[in-house]
Design a protein around this ligand. Structure first.
Ligand SMILES: NC(=O)c1ccc[n+]([C@@H]2O[C@H](COP(=O)([O-])OP(=O)(O)OC[C@H]3O[C@@H](n4cnc5c(N)ncnc54)[C@H](O)[C@@H]3O)[C@@H](O)[C@H]2O)c1
Length: 254
């Protein structure tokens, strides 16, 4: 039975991923702040380290899959966005890479976002700091800017780029790694943006060509496919699952 660790397993997309992978026969080691096999706070370095150690203990050092879903939205504090969405993912990837290398046909997915395409990386020094793995400097930049919407888009751009860089390295160890970039999906995170007067109008206007938001299960099915043997040659890809939104906004970029 494949063993897969899933961060953000208690809610939304992460919970749907757990359900889809369980249905595909995986044993799940969920990581979240509550209601999970591993209770940990991925916003701090100590919390991330505790999560990695607990997953290694529960998996006996061998993982077949990893899905990083844990994240916070634009309505969270700027520094939390950077710490959870970037460092809470990159440190899990690095800390669990050796366990994945020992797994059977190992594969990992990072949940990015279509928001990653909404930022110009050359204009956001926090992105370079994240990619340089300098959390203190990234927090300095994001706090100085004080715009959580830009922090969210930057964190998602940086983690997407970081995952694609890792994909090149990880190929030699036989670990596949892909990014799923959802558009608007009906979850508590999305609802929090709708409830936030700073973002409500923009979020309501962000309607995909298909005319609706996605359901967590529609993201989870794509993740389950990417984690399956059917996706054996898909590696380093960014898969938009967004009802056609990226095609509408950037038809010439692919
Ligand atoms: N919902 C959307 O419209 C949407 C769109 C694009 C990308 N995403 C991404 O999808 C992922 C899942 O989000 P969701 O919409 O399912 O939201 P959600 O709020 O339903 O789930 C997020 C989960 O992450 C966990 N989490 C947050 N901070 C944590 C921390 N410090 N330590 C441990 N766990 C923590 C939460 O407890 C929660 O269970 C996120 O990375 C989000 O950025 C969501």
């Amino acid at each position: 039975m494949p063993v897969t660790a899933v961060s953000g397993s208690a809610s939304g997309i992460g919970a749907a991923v757990c359900q889809a992978l369980r249905a595909a026969g995986h044993r799940i080691i969920g990581i979240d702040r509550a209601d999970a096999e591993v209770i940990a706070d991925l916003s701090s370095a100590t919390g991330r380290q505790a999560a990695i150690e607990a997953v290694l203990e529960q998996s006996e050092g061998v993982l077949d899959g990893l899905v990083c879903c844990a994240g916070v939205g634009s309505s969270a504090a700027c520094n939390t966005i950077v710490s959870v969405n970037y460092f809470g993912v990159s440190e899990l990837l690095d800390g669990l890479a050796d366990a994945l290398a020992k797994g059977a046909a190992p594969a990992a997915v990072v949940i990015g976002s279509i928001a990653a395409t909404h930022v110009n990386p050359d204009q956001q020094p926090m992105i370079a700091a994240m990619l340089a793995n300098d959390e203190a400097l990234a927090l300095q930049h994001v706090n100085a800017l004080g715009q959580s919407g830009v922090a969210y888009a930057s964190s998602k751009y940086a983690i997407t780029c970081s995952a694609r860089r890792r994909a090149v390295d990880w190929a030699g160890q036989g670990i596949r790694l892909n990014v799923v970039a959802p558009g608007a999906v009906e979850t508590p995170l999305h609802q929090a943006s709708l409830n936030d007067p700073r973002f409500a109008e923009a979020v309501k206007a962000f309607v995909a060509p298909m005319g609706r938001s996605g359901h967590p299960e529609e993201i989870a099915q794509v993740v389950a496919f990417l984690q399956s043997p059917q996706a054996s040659f898909i590696h380093g890809s960014v898969m938009f699952v967004d009802g056609g939104m990226d095609a509408k906004v950037r038809p010439g970029r692919f």
